[in-house]
Design a protein around this ligand. Structure first.
Ligand code: G3I
Length: 366
């Protein structure tokens, strides 16, 4: 299926159905056809999805990027292509070209697809933020936006980050246009709207700095427990895990993931990267320390049954937000700028292939 085909509404339903069929067929074939020494091969044997956030530009013009992505991973998420600013910069004017490229790639290669992210306070056009002064119009705008994404991709996507980063570090709800306009129940409203727009898709609450127990993680836990108790459709919690300063004791993270899993939601590591700029030692030593952090994160993920998805935030060091954000050179991902595997890649592969827990029950949906 090409991106062009996705442009016509009557064809869209067909395209969605075809996409689902292609994904299902590809899934059954993958078990036999994935190259034996790849991340996705070993992840699939554990019922895990392993993926990356991707950008449309290298998918359009970089063969090496495309080949590496298809070889090693079985899920992609949209880094920026489905943010509000990207798809609806002006009221009612939707642009899907970039997201279509990503969905077409995932479909062509039998990969799962996650949409990121519908309701967030960043990458939000001013016209939406201004609607906080007019709650009925803001509510309608949120529903229309969610409906549009669901109508276009609901037949093919597996996961959807519906609400992103709604919590402050101290465990209070973040002061955003959404909270100011719609009040605290905007979160529940967004999930209910997303479920109506795409009933088969697993819906995710996603946040950062929540992997350790503490005020923020406790607040997300209470939020999700409350939503579930009210029958609001939340199916997974995403822990971003942008590790800018390494990793402390893994035990509390494991226990934290476990308690979320016991609520009945899937646990996803959604945006993993491990910056090296604050690690000690020579450049080579930094990469070893980075590999050790990736190894320990992966061990947590292979040992907590509820973890079903692990994604890094970018494929390779030339496609990472960290240097842009910190203003310093870095190399936070599994592959270097020439797409060569780093020690971190070998550490993750080693855990997936050899960590002694055996096959586990994963997400068999879709
Ligand atoms: O690369 C250009 C540079 O050429 C230009 O000079 C500069 C001017 O501002 O912009 C650079 O692009 C920036 C891009 O990040 C670089 O990666 C964009 O302005 C900037 O908007 C964009 O930020 C994105 C950010 O979300 C805000 O939407 C990042 O790509 C993206 O990785 C980041 O992702 C977020 C997740 O969605 C949510 N969790 C945290 C995560 C990291 O912040």
């Amino acid at each position: 299926m090409t991106a062009d085909l996705l442009n016509s509404p009557p064809l869209l339903l067909l395209a969605s159905a075809a996409a689902s069929a292609v994904l299902a067929l590809a899934d059954s074939a993958r078990a036999q056809t994935t190259a034996p020494d790849t991340l996705q091969h070993w992840a699939a044997r554990r019922g895990l999805l392993i993926g990356v956030a991707v950008a449309p530009r290298p998918l359009r013009d970089d063969d090496a990027y495309r080949q590496l992505l298809a070889r090693e991973f079985n899920i992609v998420t949209t880094e920026n292509a489905l943010k509000w600013q990207s798809i609806q910069p002006r009221p009612g004017e939707f642009t899907w070209d970039d997201a279509d490229v990503i969905v077409a790639f995932a479909t062509e290669h039998g990969m799962k697809f996650r949409s990121h992210c519908a309701v967030w306070h960043h990458a939000l056009p001013d016209w939406v933020a201004a609607l906080a002064a007019d709650p009925p119009r803001m509510r309608q705008a949120m529903r229309d936006h969610i409906d549009a994404i669901g109508a276009r991709y609901g037949g093919g996507m597996t996961y959807w980050d519906v609400v992103n980063e709604a919590m402050e570090d101290d465990g209070t709800l973040r002061d955003t246009p959404w909270l100011r306009g719609l009040g605290p129940d905007y979160i529940a409203e967004a999930f209910v709207a997303a479920h109506a727009a795409a009933p088969a898709v697993k819906l995710v609450y996603n946040d950062y700095g929540t992997e350790y127990p503490g005020p923020k993680s406790d607040a997300v836990y209470a939020l999700v427990r409350d939503l579930l108790g009210r029958g609001v459709p939340v199916h997974a919690v995403g822990f971003q895990m942008h590790l800018l300063r390494g990793l402390g004791d893994a035990g509390p993270i494991k226990a934290n993931f476990q308690r979320f899993a016991e609520l009945g939601v899937q646990v996803h590591v959604t945006e993993l990267d491990v910056a090296i700029q604050n690690l000690e030692g020579t450049p080579a030593r930094k990469l070893e320390r980075q590999a050790d952090v990736y190894r320990r994160v992966m061990e947590i993920c292979t040992r907590v049954e509820g973890v079903t998805v692990v994604q890094t935030w970018g494929l390779s060091d030339n496609h990472s937000w960290i240097s842009w954000f910190t203003g310093k050179p870095d190399a936070a991902l599994l592959f270097d700028e020439t797409y060569q595997p780093k020690p971190a890649y070998h550490a993750v592969l080693d855990v997936l292939a050899h960590d002694g827990q055996g096959p586990r029950a994963g997400d068999s949906s879709r």
